[in-house]
Every structure is written in structure tokens, then in C-alpha cells.
Design a protein around this ligand. Structure first.
Ligand code: UGA
Ligand code: MN
Length: 241
């Protein structure tokens, strides 16, 4: 089965570096289709140019976050664009496996072998996340009986976006959707598929291995917006010369 690897992405100074690292990981994966979903009014030309370099099959789509959510206290990141990718898959794919791979995460190539035969929904641990440093399903006699996650928050499926893969046929559930609700995107998406605990297929050697890490690149504020700072003043002097 083909893997549809869905990456929400948005413009900021780290973007080209993130997508280059990710693209060069995906170059090693057979039978993959990369859906790069731009949180932007239209497809970013820099991203479009970058994607061609890897020589892997891809689709570049755009769907910006609605303004009302951008103003929220905690914004639901990557929802509009993931929704657009889900719609694309529902229209264009009959079979395969969908995985949400954020542009800043780190992926072991073994992950792709593990998720490829997902029947409904597979799950596995995610490293470097939350206060416990790992989020994982808990197994008993090979079956998922609960979850280890530092932020349970009444979620039925307290997992990270990087911690599961879904069979495309299972995604065709008529109610399948991802909510604009920060922190609850994963849980409500999995619930919308009608997922039951018994349906979950544990991967990564019975969830004992970490094959994906929730790495985060430290952000630096652009100097031009630090109005009045020394650097800003010297830049202005330079420009005026
Ligand atoms: C965590 C989860 O790992 C995400 O999958 C989840 O979407 C997010 O929380 C959330 O609930 O909001 P985190 O590392 O905190 O992720 O968030 P980011 O990596 O900043 O964003 C997740 C993805 O959305 C990335 O691929 C990023 O490029 C994209 N994104 C972020 C957008 O498309 N638009 C934005 O405004 C921000
Ligand atoms: Mn992230």
C-alpha cells in the first residue's frame, strides 16, 4: 500500500530548513506520496520550487487558517490545511495509508515499514513530547488498554498527531473530520472515524520502540520587528546609506 504523508506547513524563517530535512528523509521511502498542505492563501512559490528538488511524488495544496482562529489564545495549528489534505485523499485515493507528519518532527525510516500495513488505525510511541518525554499506548497481552500521556485531559485517545496512522478506506467514514480545537485535534479526529480501542493495531515492537520524535526547532524573532533595538537601528542606517 502507498503511504500518503500529509505535512501541514506555514511560512516562517525555519520553513526551508524543516522541509529540506523532511524531504531528504522521504527520499528514502518507497511508494510514498507527499501531500504538502500550505497554511497560506496560495501555494508558496519557494516551497513549490523546493519540493521539485527531491524527485518524490508530491501534491502541493493550500488552505489558510481562517482569521477567526488565528486570533484565538491558543491557535489550532495546521487544521485547515490538514482538512484540505483529507479532502484531497478522499477524492483521489482509494487505498493506502495516511500519516500526519509535521514538518518539524524527526522520523526513523523503520516507521514507514511499520505503518504500511495499517488495517484501520495503528498506534506507536512518540518521543520528546510533553512532560513525560514520551507519549504511548499502554498494552496488555498485545492489546491497547490505555494511554501514557502527560496531558490526558478527558481525551478518549490522548495521543499526538505523530502517534498514529490510518487506512485510507477507514478515512472514508462519512463523519471524518478534524476540529478547530487546539489540543483536541487528534482525539476528535479519531473519534470521528468511529474508532474503538479494540481496533487499534500497536506497532513499533509492541510500542517498545520510538520511531518518531516530536522535535521542535527553536524560533527566533526576526530582528526587523524588534522596533527600536540596536540591530534594527543599524539596519535602518544601512538601508538609508
Ligand atoms: C503539536 C502537535 O504535534 C501537532 O500535530 C498539533 O497540530 C499541534 O500541537 C496543535 O495541537 O496545535 P507543535 O509542535 O506544538 O505540535 O506545533 P507545530 O509544530 O508548531 O505545528 C504543527 C504543524 O502545523 C506543523 O507541521 C506546522 O508547520 C503546522 N502549522 C503550524 C501550520 O500549518 N500553521 C500554523 O500557523 C502553525
Ligand atoms: Mn511541532
Amino acid at each position: 500500500p502507498k503511504i500518503y504523508f500529509v505535512t501541514p506547513t506555514y511560512p516562517r524563517r525555519e520553513q526551508a530548513a524543516e522541509l529540506t530535512r523532511l524531504g531528504q528523509t522521504l527520499m528514502h521511502v518507497p511508494d510514498i506520496h507527499w501531500i504538502v498542505a500550505d497554511d497560506n492563501q496560495s501555494c508558496n512559490a519557494m516551497v513549490a520550487k523546493l519540493l521539485k528538488k527531491f524527485g518524490i511524488p508530491f501534491t502541493h495544496i493550500s488552505s489558510p487558517m481562517p482569521e477567526v482562529y488565528r486570533k484565538a489564545n491558543i491557535v489550532p495549528r495546521g487544521v485547515a490545511n490538514r482538512r484540505a489534505a483529507i479532502n484531497w485523499i478522499r477524492k483521489n485515493a482509494q487505498h493506502g495509508v495516511i500519516y500526519f507528519g509535521d514538518d518539524d518532527n524527526t522520523f526513523d525510516l523503520k516507521l514507514f515499514e511499520e505503518i504500511r500495513d495499517t488495517k484501520k488505525v495503528s498506534m506507536f510511541p512518540v518521543g520528546l513530547i510533553g512532560d513525560y518525554a514520551v507519549s504511548s499506548p499502554i498494552l496488555k497481552e498485545g492489546k491497547v488498554i490505555g494511554f501514557f500521556d502527560s496531558w490526558p485531559s478527558k481525551r478518549k485517545f490522548p495521543v499526538d498527531m505523530a502517534g498514529f496512522a490510518v487506512n485510507v478506506e477507514f478515512l472514508l467514514h462519512p463523519n471524518a473530520t478534524m476540529p478547530y480545537k487546539a489540543g483536541y485535534e487528534e482525539d476528535q479526529f479519531l473519534r470521528s472515524l468511529g474508532l474503538a480501542l479494540e481496533d487499534i493495531e500497536p506497532k513499533a515492537d509492541s510500542c517498545t520502540q520510538i520511531l518518531v520524535w516530536h522535535t521542535q526547532t527553536s524560533k527566533k524573532v526576526s530582528p526587523t520587528i524588534r522596533i527600536g533595538s540596536e540591530l534594527d537601528t543599524s539596519l535602518k542606517d544601512l538601508l538609508e546609506e
